[in-house]
Design a protein around this ligand. Structure first.
Ligand code: AMP
Length: 521
């Protein structure tokens, strides 16, 4: 089957050919004709399957006929993270370049004034993260009554990030008569319930996870000590032994992203860091630099890196074994994309055995173990105490690593202390390029860091009052900072409080915020 058989307009077929696609992927083959018919879709598919084109291509043809009115978007795409929203916006530009549709991207951390101006001019496609959309809705800047086409993307990720109440609010403001496309990589019962609520007689579509990760990614596991200093040394040895075009290095926690980034820079590596506590302009700039090849290594957290599509990534390093096995699949899927080959290395300590077991459970195989010269194996009987205690902190996904009492959102509800801020004492080995010279102080400094972590370990204890628990839950649950301060709940922000955006684009309206997608002639 070719794209010609899917019922798309000649303009779209040209855009698809310009993108270099010759054959539709399975999700595109299944979804495009159904969406063009106006039916709801319940799609079980991950990033990497061509899902974005699966919904954006038919949307462009559906929307081509009408005209947008001020502040009344005609369609809405909800994404869990800013990076994914940006990626979808880029796809829209690519596929819609022969059409005259207006698109707006509403994400936290960028100027709200620019976004208001764009909405005022009328948009056909609104791509948004839930928090920013609700903020603008509450300020009367958006009316959703004309929004007849809704896409909820990465629904399971929305659930992980605590966005479901926001999604329910948003959907409650859309017209009943609409077409809804609902995508999720997995279908746990909570997601099923939502799908039943939002969709009407949907066509169920399911595609396998992209085969590329399994087929084109060479995986390896290296056993190492739990001592972070030794782990960093092991990583450096690996980095030096591999021919790396560009690489993502995953840590489980934001603070470790910052520490490892500093350490790598001190040791002369060309590295950048990306995590959810950074301002949006900083995140965008970092990603742009990494995409452009100006930084070879990107140390990142799962939240920031989810779904990133950067074809040149030759390597993925798991500095930490992911707490959630499905994140392992997502992480290694960042390399070996579009049929290229890639390598994924995982550093595993004696404390990681249960996480490795769950990876084995979902991938149905062991990660092949290798030993590398110069990488210290864990000492016989190394006690996992310290690492396990650390493991009971929070990942950036805001969940407990031991998953006890999980029920997904529940862990967030019980949170009492937000993630440890990134600015923390830095172990001496991070500051010193030559480790041996500072061996003794390094221990002291490392202990200082451990001492820092101890109060944070108590974060699973319940707060004294219910209000404390509720407000802590609200603080913790968002990846996307609200306008008016990170994690500050909207309902506690005085309505007349002066608006101080975290950062702005100044006088310049970025091209991606408003660009007629036409580029004909
Ligand atoms: P997605 O799953 O939407 O994130 O897409 C993953 C990658 O596949 C992106 O780099 C797309 O540009 C690419 N892609 C999407 N559809 C096709 C296709 N039909 N042929 C080749 N590449 C595609």
């Amino acid at each position: 089957m070719s794209f010609d058989d899917l019922g798309l307009s000649p303009e779209l077929l040209k855009a698809v050919a310009d993108a270099g696609y010759t054959t539709p992927t399975p999700i595109q083959r299944q979804a495009i004709p159904v969406v063009l018919m106006g039916r709801d879709v319940l799609g079980c598919a991950q990033t990497g399957t061509g899902k974005t084109a699966g919904f954006t291509l038919p949307m462009i043809d559906i929307l081509a006929g009408g005209r947008a009115r001020a502040r009344m978007p005609r369609s809405l795409i909800l994404e869990p993270t800013r990076e994914l929203a940006q990626q979808v916006a880029e796809s829209f530009e690519k596929y819609g370049k022969h059409h005259k549709l207006n698109m707006a991207l509403l994400i936290g951390g960028t100027s709200m004034d620019d976004q208001k101006a764009v909405l005022q001019r009328g948009v056909d496609v609104l791509i948004a993260t839930p928090g920013r959309l609700l903020d603008l809705f509450d300020r009367g800047q958006i009316l959703l009554a004309d929004c007849k086409l809704l896409v909820i993307d990465e629904a399971d990720r929305m659930l992980d990030m605590g966005f479901i109440p926001d999604i329910e609010k948003i959907v409650g403001r859309l017209p009943q008569q609409r077409q809804t496309l609902f995508f999720s990589a997995t279908m746990p019962p909570e997601i099923r319930r939502l799908a039943d609520k939002f969709l009407s007689n949907p066509k169920a579509i399911s595609v396998d996870p992209p085969a590329s990760a399994a087929v084109t990614v060479t995986q390896a596991l290296i056993r190492t000590s739990m001592d972070p200093k030794v782990k960093r040394e092991a990583l450096r040895t690996l980095l030096r032994s591999e021919e790396i075009a560009s690489a993502l290095i995953f840590c489980n926690r934001k603070r470790d992203v910052a520490l490892l980034h500093k350490s790598l820079e001190r040791h002369g590596f060309n590295a950048k860091a990306l995590h959810g506590d950074m301002s949006q302009p900083a995140r965008t700039e970092t990603l742009d630099q990494f995409r452009a090849g100006k930084a070879q290594l990107l140390v990142c957290s799962d939240v920031a890196a989810r779904g990133l599509d950067i074809p040149a990534v030759s390597h993925v390093f798991n500095f930490d074994v992911p707490i959630h096995a499905e994140d392992y699949v997502h992480r290694i899927g960042r390399t070996g994309r579009a049929g290229r080959s890639g390598k994924a290395f995982t550093l595993a300590t004696p404390a990681d055995s249960k996480f490795l077991a769950s990876i084995r459970h979902i991938t149905k195989k062991d990660i092949p173990e290798i030993t590398l010269e110069g990488i210290a194996a864990p000492a016989e009987g190394e006690a996992p105490a310290r690492e396990e205690r650390r493991g009971r902190g929070r990942s950036e996904r805001g969940e407990r690593s031991d998953r006890r009492g999980r029920g997904r959102g529940r862990a967030r509800e019980e949170a009492t202390v937000a993630e440890t801020p990134v600015a923390e004492p830095v172990p001496a080995d991070v500051l010193a390029t030559e480790v041996p010279a500072v061996e003794a102080p390094a221990e002291v400094a490392n202990d200082a860091v451990v001492a820092e972590i101890v109060p944070a370990r108590r974060r699973h204890e319940r707060p004294a009052s219910d209000e404390g628990r509720r407000s802590a839950g609200r603080r913790e649950r968002r990846e996307e900072p609200r306008q008016g301060g990170r994690g500050e709940p909207r309902d506690r922000r005085p309505s007349d409080e002066p608006h101080h955006p975290t950062s702005t684009f100044g006088d310049h309206t970025p091209a991606f915020l408003l660009r007629p997608t036409r580029a004909v002639g």
